[in-house]
Structures are given as structure tokens and as C-alpha cells.
Design a protein around this ligand. Structure first.
Ligand code: ADP
Ligand code: MG
Length: 681
């Protein structure tokens, strides 16, 4: 079997792994042989030194050399077998639970010297080792007296066996199983793959993400990701499309319908988009911009350009509320034109729905809004030329490509995201797309004041709320939980709703994820129409919704959320022309780190800075913010500590060509990217 095939095969193919062990390994997410190799030891156990019996330390794992002196095999159940051993004029008791006499006589022959390694304890005035990990005859001392890797193992897995498994797997890899050139390895102080794995699994220190060996795996992981995105990009770009032709007549009408000037950042991006639309390769572009930077308008102006060329446009939003909001904005912007705008939501059903579907397929509806339901099979466009995806960060590369394909070969794709990905990771996440960054917010924007308050000081903010409500402004009140939980001491939306309702009778609404969409929309409509002034909710208000008159957001147990998530939530206010407030509440006993994190929010309103700072504080392996946002995480690579590796791998993209996939075929397979690449093709 080739190395690749072996590493990708099910762990059951390894000698010594039966269905039982396999089940235990699967609990550790180890399915294929290579997963064993990627499960690195976090530390080591040093059994290398043979300790004198005069120098035993209780609680330590030590290796000793002793002579077997006396057995004691009690004939009573539950009593352990014991063996007295001696050395250096001292004695030690070796204790065996659940053992057989025959086994003990075999591994500890009377009057012979042996090497034993295990944890030292002290019981009834005796040093003892209970169920020692290793016992070997003197002539095999080098098999014990060495440094052992330490893995985090689940029950059912014995360290001893586990280590042997991995040793055997590494032995089966050929010395020249490699995808990098010798020179490249040398220049980066990397070792060959086999040697890298060997060293990582035989550590002499705690797992060190800065070590050359760890860095090599991190680099490989980044590179495999980039190669996947590179192939995706090629698939999109290779087919020629019909260039879009327009003179910006329609988009100029649209522009007249809003009462502000575009920022220079926005104008720059419109130029980029126009160039894509007019070119003969398809647009596959990500518009990355902080919350409130004004992406929606750009999407709609771009839509107007495409509509002028008689193509249809589909605009996909992450929630129905948002789809409706975009739809209403579009109705306004296109009111003096002949463009038919449509909306499909789950609420629209029956005859009404069929009418819309018909009007889409016969081309009457030119601009259609909806959620991902827009891409059901039964919805057929007559002439789709442009897909816009708002807040697309929930999609992986596979889904992005699927959507692009659905649109057909003339279809351009614009995706928008406010999830602030650190610049170092931009290409590694979105290398399949061209990227536009909108890093300037509309200038007249009023400030958002961020306050950090303990729950006990709630009374201090009540007057502020009263005053703002009187001025006809509105308030979001966000809680982490829907319902009170016995396990978690966090505020729940339901309880908060009761409390706030007492303070501000008839002025409060409640929405959360357990309500039907109908119920939710009812409450939201009350809020939009200003029948209620305070909206208590869970984080379902997180994405996109635009309420220009909401100028206070209160977030309960704010320390429970990721910083980027808090930043998103804060972005719900500060959209109108008054000063706004974001009040981060906490229950008492905030940790130093938690305080530090919240302070970052108080100090900056720049999503990119917040994302980077958040990462720094969280440290390696805890990229929660990204996981929450659905962006794929890396197993080894760390955006902060391996920044140079990201940059160097990204530089390598420029040298990729059609042979690269072949050259790195083994790498792609090893990091599970082969399936994705096949699917894309
Ligand atoms: P996001 O980028 O978060 O999707 P939106 O597109 O919802 O932001 O825009 C937020 C608000 O800013 C909207 O009310 C929008 O009308 C307004 N806006 C967009 N561009 C400008 C601008 N150049 N000047 C003033 N206001 C703008
Ligand atoms: Mg938006």
C-alpha cells in the first residue's frame, strides 16, 4: 500500500486495533491513520534517569532498578498481589490489582534484577508503585529508561499501547514521503515529514507551537487550504462570460434616491465591481466591511448596473427579517424605475408564492430578495446575471462554489461579510475570491459611547434610557439565554422582559429563537413602527438589521460573548444621526482577562483591531470567535503566532500553476482537501 493510501485508510487496518479500540479512538475524532499522527502529545514523561531508592519522591513518575525479593499472593478476593523488591539497602512494594500470579512470576522472577517505571506513592510506611506502567529485564533497560510522549487520552486507551500504535505508524512512512523540495525545507529549517512527525511524537519538552517541527505542520495546513481555494478560483475563472453592458443610467437614478454622498471607500469599491461586471470572466468577489460601513447600498447600486443590462439579480440575506428590510429599501430606491422587485419568504405561501415563482421564471421580477431558499430547485430564473449574498461568512468554500454554479456561466457573484478576519488570514479563508475591503465608515456618523457596568448599577442607566425614549429613540436589550437555566447563571430574555416591562409598561417587546418567525416578525414590526421602544432579545438581532432610531444597546453578561460578536451587536446602534450608547453589563467577579477584553471594545470601534486583539488574548487553539461565526478553524496554524507562515504560504500562491495540484497531491490528501477539490471540479 502506498504511504498516502495507508495514511488515509481507516484505523481499523492497523494491526492491533479492533472494533473496540476503534470506538475509543473515534471518540477522540481519530478515524483515519493520519489522524493518529496529527494527534500530537502535549507533553512528555521523563523515565530516562534511574533513580536511587534512597531518593524516591512521592507522586513522581520514576524509573528504578531493583531485585525481586518476596511474593505475597493473598488467596482472598479484592486483595492485591504484592511483591517486595529491594535495592540500595531499601525496599519498595510493587502492588498489582486485578493481576494473575503467573504473570507476576513471569515479569518479576524471584532474585532477579529488573527495571520498573511508575508513579511512586507511600502507604503504611512503605514506598510503593501500584500497577507499574513498565517492567523489563535488565537487558532491555533502554526500552524504558527514556523520554515518553504524553497524550490526552480518553478512557479505554492505554498510554503504553497508544504510543506503540503511533510508533508503528511512523515506522511505516517512507523516508522520502515528501512534497516539499529539499531546498525549501532547508531554507525554513524544516525536516522531512517523517522526521518531523517522529520528533513531534518523541518530545523532549512541552508541545511548542514555535518549534520548527510544529511550524512545518502549521505551514502544510495553511498551504493545503490555499491550494483548495486556488483550485476553486480556477474553476470559476476559467469559463468566459458575456460582458455586462451598461451606462449607469439606472444606478444614477438609484443614487439620487438616497440622501447622502458615498464615501471615497465606497466609490473605490464600485469601480472594482464595475470592472468585474464588464470583464469577460466572472466576478467572484468578497466585500469585507465593518458593521455599518454601508455595504448594502453598494450591493444595490451594483444590482442596478446589472439590471440595466436586462439581467435578473438575486439578493440573498441570512434572515427573513433582513431580506425584508433590504427588499423595502430596494422598493424605495427603484421606485422611479421600471424594475419589478420581489420578495420570497417562508411567510409568503400558496397562490401568492406561485405567482412570485412564475414571475421570476418569466422574467417579470427582475430583482428578487430572500434567504437561502432562493436557491431551491423550483425557483428558476429566466436570465440571472448577478447573485448577491449578504453576511456570507456562514458559507464554506464548497457552498460558495455551489451557489456560483447554480447561477450559470453568465452569473457574477458578490458576497458581503462583516466578520472581521485578520488580514493575515484573509487569503487563507477567502483566497478563492477577489477581495474588496471597505475600511472607512460614513463620516457624519455619530459616536457610540461604550460603557462597562456591573449589574448592580442598573439604576444608573435607567434615567438615560428614560430620556432617550422620550426623545423617540429606541433600545435593544440583549441576553445570552432565552430561559433561565439552573446550570448557568446568565440573564434570560424571558425574565428580563418581565423586569423591564415593569419599569417601562407597554413599551417592551420580546423576541427569541424559540418563537415562530411569524411571532418574531410581529414584534419586530411593532418595533419598526415604534409602537414599542425597547426590544429584549437573544443574539438573534446580531446580523444586519438596520434600525436608525435605536441608539442604546444593553448587553447582559457581556463577558460571555466573543469580542467580535459584541462588536456585531454594538453595530445595531449608531446607524442614525444621534450619539449612541452600548452598555456592557456584567455580574460581579469579572476576571482580569475578561475586564481586559471588554476594555478593548470600549477603546476601539474598529472591527479589525478588535478581531486581532481578541485573538491575542484568547491565545492558541481557542479561536472561538471564528468558530461561532462558522469560519473554519485551523488545527495547527495560529493566525497570531504563525503570522509569518501565513504570509509565506500566501506568497507561494503566486507561483502556483496547473502542476501545483499534482506536486502537492499528497499534502492535499493528507489534510482532507482532496474531496473538496474533486467536488469543486
Ligand atoms: P452594513 O455595511 O453593516 O451592511 P448598511 O449597508 O446597513 O451597513 O449601512 C448602514 C447605514 O449607513 C444605513 O442606514 C445606510 O443607509 C447608511 N449609509 C451607507 N452609506 C452611507 C454614506 N456614504 N453616508 C451616510 N450614510 C450611509
Ligand atoms: Mg449589512
Amino acid at each position: 500500500m502506498s504511504n498516502s493510501n495507508f495514511l488515509l485508510s481507516d484505523i481499523i487496518t492497523i494491526k492491533g486495533i479492533g472494533t473496540k479500540t476503534r470506538k475509543y479512538l473515534q471518540k477522540k475524532k481519530i478515524e483515519k491513520v493520519k489522524d493518529l499522527l496529527f494527534d500530537l502529545p502535549y507533553s512528555f514523561i521523563d523515565r530516562s534517569k534511574i533513580t536511587n531508592l534512597n531518593e524516591l519522591e512521592i507522586g513522581k513518575i520514576l524509573t528504578i532498578k531493583v531485585e525481586v525479593l518476596k511474593y505475597n499472593f493473598p488467596r482472598m478476593r479484592n486483595l492485591p498481589n504484592t511483591v517486595i523488591c529491594g535495592g540500595d539497602n531499601k525496599k519498595i512494594k510493587i502492588v498489582f490489582f486485578n493481576s494473575f500470579e503467573g504473570y507476576i512470576r513471569k515479569v518479576l522472577p524471584l532474585n532477579r534484577s529488573v527495571i520498573i517505571s511508575g508513579k511512586i506513592n507511600f502507604y503504611k510506611n512503605n514506598y510503593q508503585i501500584t500497577n507499574p506502567t513498565y517492567i523489563k529485564p535488565l537487558n532491555q533497560v533502554e526500552e524504558i529508561a527514556k523520554i515518553f510522549p504524553k497524550y490526552s487520552l480518553t478512557e479505554g486507551l492505554l498510554e503504553k499501547n497508544y504510543r506503540k500504535l503511533i510508533d508503528n505508524v511512523i515506522k511505516k512512512i517512507d523516508d522520502d514521503f515528501e512534497w516539499h523540495d529539499k531546498k525549501f525545507l532547508q531554507n525554513n529549517s524544516f525536516s522531512s515529514l517523517k522526521s518531523t512527525l517522529n520528533k513531534l511524537h518523541n518530545p523532549k519538552s512541552n508541545l511548542d507551537i514555535f518549534s520548527n517541527d510544529f511550524r512545518r505542520l502549521a505551514y502544510d495546513e495553511i498551504l493545503s487550504n490555499l491550494l483548495t481555494l486556488y483550485s476553486a478560483r480556477k474553476v470559476i475563472k476559467v469559463k468566459k462570460k458575456r460582458k455586462k453592458i451598461f451606462k449607469n443610467k439606472l444606478s444614477n437614478i438609484v443614487k439620487k434616491n438616497f440622501n447622502f454622498e458615498l464615501t471615497s471607500g465606497q466609490n473605490k469599491i464600485l469601480v472594482e465591481i464595475e470592472k468585474d461586471l464588464k470583464s469577460d470572466t466572472r466576478m467572484f468577489r468578497l466585500l469585507q466591511g465593518d458593521v455599518g460601513s454601508g455595504k448594502t447600498i453598494l450591493a444595490l447600486i451594483s444590482a442596478a448596473k446589472v439590471l440595466e443590462d436586462n439581467f435578473q439579480v438575486a439578493f440573498m440575506a441570512p434572515t427573513e427579517i433582513l431580506a425584508k428590510q433590504h427588499y423595502q429599501l430596494a422598493i424605495n430606491l427603484f421606485k422611479k424605475t421600471n424594475i419589478n422587485v420581489g420578495l420570497l419568504t417562508s411567510k409568503i405561501a400558496g397562490i401568492e408564492k406561485n405567482k412570485i415563482i412564475n414571475n421570476v421564471s418569466n422574467g417579470n421580477i427582475k430583482l428578487l430578495f430572500g434567504t437561502h431558499s432562493l436557491f431551491q430547485k423550483k425557483i428558476m430564473f429566466s436570465n440571472l446575471g448577478f447573485i448577491i449574498i449578504d453576511e456570507q461568512h456562514k458559507f464554506g468554500v464548497k457552498q460558495r462554489i455551489k451557489l456560483a454554479k447554480k447561477g450559470g456561466s453568465n452569473c457574477d457573484v458578490l458576497t458581503m461579510s462583516a466578520t472581521p478576519i485578520p488580514r493575515t488570514m484573509m487569503l487563507s479563508f477567502f483566497g478563492d475570491m477577489d477581495i474588496s475591503i471597505l475600511n472607512e465608515k460614513p463620516k457624519y456618523r455619530k459616536e457610540i459611547v461604550t460603557l462597562i457596568k456591573p449589574e448592580s448599577k442598573l439604576e444608573e442607566i435607567v434615567p438615560l434610557i428614560k430620556k432617550q425614549i422620550k426623545l423617540n429613540y429606541q433600545v435593544f436589550w440583549v441576553c445570552p439565554l432565552i430561559e433561565q437555566s439552573k446550570k448557568l447563571n446568565f440573564s434570560s430574555a424571558k425574565n428580563k422582559f418581565e423586569d423591564i416591562n415593569k419599569l417601562f409598561p407597554d413599551n417592551v417587546g420580546l423576541i427569541h429563537g424559540n418563537m415562530s418567525i411569524d411571532q418574531r416578525n410581529k414584534v419586530l414590526n411593532l418595533f419598526i413602527n415604534k409602537k414599542i421602544k425597547i426590544l429584549v432579545s437573544t443574539t438573534i438581532i446580531e446580523v444586519g438589521i438596520n434600525f436608525p432610531d435605536a441608539n442604546i444597546i444593553i448587553i447582559e453578561d457581556s463577558n460571555k460573548f466573543g469580542l467580535s460578536q459584541l462588536h456585531q451587536l454594538r453595530g445595531r446602534v449608531g446607524r442614525g444621526n444621534s450619539i449612541s450608547y452600548c452598555i456592557l453589563m456584567y455580574k460581579k467577579n469579572l476576571s482580569v482577562n475578561a475586564k481586559k477584553r471588554l476594555k478593548i471594545l470600549r477603546e476601539t470601534n474598529n472591527g479589525f483591531i478588535i478581531a486581532e486583539e481578541d485573538l491575542k488574548i484568547r491565545g492558541h487553539g481557542d479561536l472561538l470567535g471564528f468558530q461561532q461565526s462558522g469560519v473554519k478553524n485551523f488545527k495547527f496554524a495560529d493566525p497570531i503566532h504563525h503570522k509569518d507562515l501565513f504570509l509565506s504560504a500566501e506568497n507561494k500562491i503566486n507561483t502556483f500553476n496547473s502542476n501545483s495540484l499534482k506536486k502537492y497531491e499528497k499534502l492535499i490528501k493528507l489534510f482532507d482537501k482532496a474531496d473538496i477539490i474533486n467536488e469543486i471540479k
